[in-house]
Write a protein that binds this ligand. Structure first.
Ligand SMILES: [Fe+2]
Length: 186
C-alpha cells in the first residue's frame, strides 16, 4: 500500500481504528522473532509489568506462549528503520515505541479489553489475528481480521482486544498523540 493511500484511510477514519490491508510485505520469519526474544531474555532486567506473569531481561510473557520483546532494531530485523521511516511519513511524527509480539500457540486467552495511551499501529507478519474494537467495554465490537502484511491503526484511548487463533508474530509501533506530552515528562 502506498503512503498516501494509508494516510487517506487514517484521515477518513477520523479518530477511529482502521485496517490497512497489505500495508507492508511480511518480510520477516520466525527465526528473526525467536532470535530477538532470545536476545531480550538475556539482557539486564528492566521489564516489570502488572500485566505479565513472568518477565526476564527485556522481555515479558503474558500467557503461557505469548511473549513481548521490546525495542526491535536492525540487529535482528534488517531493513526495519526503513519500514519505520515509511510509517513516520504516514503518521507525520517520529515513532516513540516499538515491540514484537509472538504467540507460539494459537487460541490462548485474549488480553482484556483495554486502551493504550499512544496512537499505535500493529503490523501482522506471521499468522493471523482478529482485532476487536469496542465503543464501550461490554458493548458490541467491530471485527478487524488481519492477514500477514496487514496492519491496523489504533488511535489512543480506543478500546480493543486481540484474538490470536493460530501462532502469530507481529510488531506494534507507538506514537505520542498530537498535542500530548510524552508520558515520561508528565
Ligand atoms: Fe493494547
Amino acid at each position: 500500500m502506498e503512503i498516501l493511500e494509508a494516510k487517506e484511510l487514517i484521515t477518513k477514519a477520523n479518530g477511529k481504528a482502521v485496517t490497512l490491508n497489505g500495508l507492508l510485505p511480511p518480510v520477516y520469519g520466525w527465526d528473526e522473532f525467536i532470535q530477538k526474544l532470545h536476545y531480550n531474555y538475556h539482557q539486564p532486567n528492566t521489564s516489570e509489568s502488572p500485566f505479565s506473569d513472568f518477565s526476564h531481561g527485556e522481555m515479558q510473557k503474558r500467557h503461557n506462549f505469548y511473549t513481548l520483546a521490546f525495542n526491535p532494531t536492525e540487529q535482528h530485523f534488517p531493513g526495519l528503520e526503513t519500514l519505520i521511516g515509511k510509517l513516520n511519513e504516514i503518521t507525520d511524527r517520529p515513532c516513540t515505541g516499538r515491540s514484537t509480539l509472538a504467540n507460539f500457540i494459537g487460541g490462548e486467552p485474549e488480553v482484556e479489553v483495554h486502551f493504550d495511551i499512544q496512537d499505535h499501529l500493529y503490523w501482522q507478519v506471521i499468522g493471523t489475528s482478529e482485532w476487536r474494537i469496542y465503543k464501550e467495554k461490554d458493548g458490541p465490537y467491530i471485527s478487524h481480521p488481519l492477514e500477514p502484511g496487514d496492519a491496523i491503526w489504533v488511535p489512543h484511548h480506543t478500546l480493543h482486544t486481540i484474538i490470536t487463533p493460530v501462532p502469530r508474530a507481529a510488531f506494534t509501533f507507538g506514537w505520542i498523540p498530537f498535542g500530548h506530552k510524552p508520558f515520561w515528562e508528565n
